[in-house]
Ligand binder design. Structure first.
Ligand code: MEV
Length: 320
């Protein structure tokens, strides 16, 4: 039997615009993990037990398009093996909440399979495999989720194609680099409790962009500028600037139509309780809202967010 795990992730700045070739900054959430276990099976066929969602998925036949069946088949092909396996996945990462649950479960499965067959796969290889299933989860993924999770380090991600915003972006090679966090900072991560599949918000932004490309391109440019300013602030340790940049990024996401009443209720409550800035993180319309806070304000911000309806609030230090 072999086991492996993979972290969740937070997009600090740049979601959605990153699908259109702009840069984004993401960090791993090392303490929030998805887990996978692989065992040999005497009977024919391979089956995945996904108990969190009450599902049993057959790898070979019935569940051909299921992302977990797909990632298992792709990984076995990559490893050059055929086997009857019993696979179990479980996750501490809330589903469809912007924290990368789908990519993390797939990454844990790839790692557990590689370990089971005693093969070392590089983060780039794992990321490329998981990217294939990200397409099943959400149509036109930028690839940032699978990348930050496979590398498990803070990354700046950008996928540039010759033509900005074109769907050709999907085939363009991403530029991935580490970014510097000069001074650690504290984030509160509040879950709205609303599952919001990324596929839907990404699809809606796509339709908006098709309808009025010029307007959307200018919003993406504004987000790219925020990302650039945030990267500079992080490198210089000018953390106070991050709070205002988060709130500016949130305003841009609102104009893209991916915010929601529940997100805005939590934002207002967090800011009123002393958080310095905040934004939705990930696909939006639900999922998680992140706040830049001073560590001493954590208890009161946490309390205010819970009272305002957050189903969970995590306080974590980024950059240690
Ligand atoms: C999802 O975590 C981030 C989005 O930008 C989609 C993507 O990059 O694929 C909304």
């Amino acid at each position: 039997m072999t086991e492996a795990s993979a972290c969740g992730k937070i997009i600090l700045f740049g979601e959605h615009a990153v699908v259109y070739g702009r840069p984004a900054l993401a960090v791993p959430l090392a303490h929030l993990r998805a887990h996978a276990r692989v065992e040999s099976r005497a009977a024919p066929g391979s089956i995945i037990h996904a108990r969190d969602v009450g599902r049993e998925i057959w790898v070979d036949t019935r569940d051909t398009d299921d992302p977990l069946a797909v990632i298992t088949r792709l990984t076995l092909k990559k490893l050059g093996v055929r086997a009857n396996l019993e696979l179990t996945v479980a996750s501490e990462i809330p589903i469809a909440s912007g924290l990368g649950s789908g990519a993390a479960i797939s990454t844990a499965l790839v790692r557990a399979l590689a370990a089971h067959f005693q093969t070392a796969l590089a983060p780039a290889e794992i990321s490329a495999l998981v990217y294939e299933t990200e397409k099943l989860y959400h149509g036109t993924p930028s690839g940032i989720d699978n990348t930050v999770i496979a590398y498990e380090q803070a990354i700046r991600f950008q996928r540039v194609a010759a033509e900005p915003g074109s769907v050709a972006i999907r085939s363009a090679t991403p530029t991935i680099s580490a970014f510097q966090i000069e001074r650690p900072f504290t984030l509160a991560i509040a879950n709205t409790g609303i599952a919001s599949p990324t596929k839907i918000t990404v699809g809606d932004v796509r339709r908006g962009w098709e309808h009025d490309a010029a307007r959307y391109e200018s919003i993406f440019d504004a987000i790219a500028l925020i990302v650039q300013q945030a990267q500079t602030a992080l490198a210089r340790g000018e953390n106070e600037t991050l709070a205002a940049l988060m709130t500016r990024n949130q305003r841009a996401l609102e104009t893209l139509g991916v915010s929601s009443r529940e997100i805005e209720i939590l934002l207002e409550a967090g800011l009123r309780a002393g958080a310095r800035g905040g934004k939705l993180s990930g696909g939006g319309r639900g999922g998680n809202v992140i706040f830049y806070i001073e560590p001493e304000d954590a208890p009161q911000v946490q309390r205010a967010l819970s009272e305002a309806g957050a189903v969970s609030v995590i306080v974590t230090t980024i950059g240690t």
